[in-house]
Ligand binder design. Structure first.
Ligand code: NAI
Ligand code: X15
Length: 361
C-alpha cells in the first residue's frame, strides 16, 4: 500500500484525500492542516489523521478536540509520497521539506512549472512522470484543455488552437472573491497563462488563450477554436472521438443540459460526492466544423477535474501501471461514468434535422 500524505486540506486536498481512500493500492497516511476550523473538524470526523502545519498551531487543534497525529514534518517523514495541495506558491516553499525527507511529491497547478520535473496530465503524458520525484498536476483549465486537445492532436494534428476561458470568479467557499456584478478581463495580459501552461504538457502545440472572470462559483467555460492539420470527414467523427474518451462527458442534444447549473444538478442526482464533475463537459451540439476549423464549448468543474489526475500521477510516480490501467482503476473506484446519458437514445437520431426525422416517421 502506498502511504499518501496530503499537505493542505482545502478545496483540492480534501477531494484528493477522499479519492485516494477509495483506491485499492493506496491509503491516506494523514492530512496536513493549518487552521483549526470546520474543515479540520470535517477531516477528523472522516477519520483522517490530522497533522498541524507546525507545532505553534497545535494548541488550537487540541482546543477543538482534535487529537493530532503530529506536525506536517512528521507527516512527510511517515508518508511514501506527499500530495501538496497548499495555496499557489506555498508548494514551492514546501519543496525543501520534502527533499529533506527524500519524500517524492505532487504539486498543483497554482505552482510555477519549475517547481517539478514534469507537468502532468494522465491522458497526455503519463509516462513522463515515471522517472520523476516531483510532479506538478496542471491546473483545472490546463487539465481540461489537455484532455480536449490530446485526441485531436493524435488523430488530425493541431495547427493552431485559440481558446477563450470564461472563468468562475471563485470557489463556493471563497466568500471574499468576485466579481459580484461584472465581467473582468483576467488576466488582463494576452495570452493568459493557460496557453504557455498547456505547452508544458504539449511542448510543440501552437495555442493562444485569453481569459475573463464572471460572477459564478460553479464552473469555467471554454469557447474553443482549433485549426486542424487534417480535416475530419464529418463532425460526427469528432463527436465519436470524444464519446470514446474516458474523461470527457459528451452532452447529447436531447438531455436539456444547457449550462453549469444543469450539469451540477446532473452530478448531484447521480450521487456524486459534493456534486463533483471529474470530466470535461463537452456540448455535442456546439461541435462545428468549418473547413479545417473546429469550434466547440466545454465546461470544467474547477474543484474536481484535477482529482483523478492526482490519483493517476501517484501511480505514474510508482511506475508500475500504465496510463490506461491506472485511469481504469481510478475511473471505476470514483464512479467516473455518466454514459447512461447516451444509453437513452439512438445517438444518430440526435443530430438529424427535423425534416429527416419526419421522413423516417
Ligand atoms: N480551487 C481550484 O479551483 C483549483 C485549485 N488548484 C490548485 O490547487 C492548489 C490548492 O488550491 P485550493 O485547494 O483551491 O486552495 P485552498 O485554499 O482551498 O486550500 C489550501 C489549503 O492549504 C492550507 N494551507 C495554507 N497555507 C498552508 C501552509 N503554509 N502549509 C500547509 N497548509 C497550508 C489551507 O489552510 C487550506 O486548507 C493551488 O495550487 C491551486 O492553484 C488546481 C485546480 C483547481
Ligand atoms: O487552476 C485554476 O485555474 P487556472 O487553470 O485558471 O489557473 C483554479 O480554478 C484556480 O483558479 P484561481 O487562481 O482563480 O483560484
Amino acid at each position: 500500500m502506498l502511504r499518501v500524505g496530503i499537505n493542505g486540506y482545502g478545496t483540492i486536498g480534501k477531494r484528493v484525500a477522499d479519492a485516494v481512500r477509495k483506491q485499492p493500492d493506496m491509503e491516506v497516511q494523514g492530512v496536513g492542516k493549518r487552521s483549526p476550523d470546520y474543515v479540520a473538524v470535517n477531516a477528523d470526523e472522516r477519520d483522517y489523521a490530522v497533522y498541524a502545519a507546525d507545532e505553534s498551531r497545535a494548541d488550537g487543534f487540541r482546543e477543538i478536540g482534535i487529537d493530532l497525529a503530529g506536525t506536517v514534518d512528521d507527516l512527510v517523514a511517515e508518508s511514501d509520497v506527499i500530495v501538496d495541495a497548499t495555496p499557489s506558491g506555498v508548494g514551492a516553499e514546501n519543496r525543501p521539506l520534502y527533499e529533506r525527507h527524500e519524500t517524492p511529491a505532487l504539486f498543483q497547478g497554482g505552482e510555477d512549472a519549475t517547481v517539478a520535473e514534469v507537468s502532468f496530465n494522465a491522458r497526455a503524458n503519463y509516462e513522463e512522470a515515471e522517472d520523476a520525484d516531483y510532479v506538478r498536476v496542471v491546473s483545472c483549465n490546463t487539465t481540461g484543455l489537455s484532455r480536449f486537445l490530446a485526441p485531436l492532436h493524435e488523430n488530425y494534428g493541431v495547427e493552431k488552437a485559440r481558446v477563450t476561458l470564461v472563468r468562475r470568479g471563485g470557489d463556493p467557499d471563497q466568500t471574499g472573491r468576485g466579481p459580484i456584478n461584472d465581467a473582468v478581463p483576467d488576466p488582463v495580459s494576452i495570452p493568459s497563462h493557460h496557453g504557455p501552461d498547456v505547452q508544458t504538457v504539449f511542448p510543440e502545440l501552437d495555442i493562444d488563450t485569453v481569459g475573463l472572470k464572471v460572477p459564478t462559483t460553479m464552473m469555467h467555460v471554454h469557447s474553443v477554436n482549433v485549426t486542424l492539420e487534417e480535416r475530419p470527414d464529418d463532425v460526427e467523427d469528432v463527436t465519436e472521438l470524444y464519446r470514446n474518451e474516458d474523461r470527457v462527458l459528451t452532452i447529447p442534444d436531447y438531455a436539456g443540459i444547457d449550462g453549469a447549473g444543469t450539469l451540477k444538478d446532473l452530478a448531484q442526482d447521480a450521487g456524486r460526492p459534493r456534486g463533483d464533475i471529474w470530466e470535461n463537459c463537452l456540448w455535442e451540439e456546439s461541435l462545428t466544423l468549418q473547413g479545417q476549423d473546429l469550434y466547440c464549448m466545454q465546461a470544467i468543474h474547477q474543484e474536481a477535474d484535477v482529482v483523478p489526475e492526482n490519483v493517476d500521477a501517484l501511480r505514474a510516480l510508482e511506475g508500475e501501471l500504465s496510463s490506461a490501467e491506472s485511469r481504469a482503476i481510478t475511473n471505476e473506484t470514483l464512479g467516473i461514468d455518466l454514459t447512461h446519458l447516451h444509453g437513452r437514445t439512438d445517438l444518430t437520431a440526435d443530430r438529424r434535422t427535423p425534416d429527416e426525422s419526419l421522413a423516417d416517421d
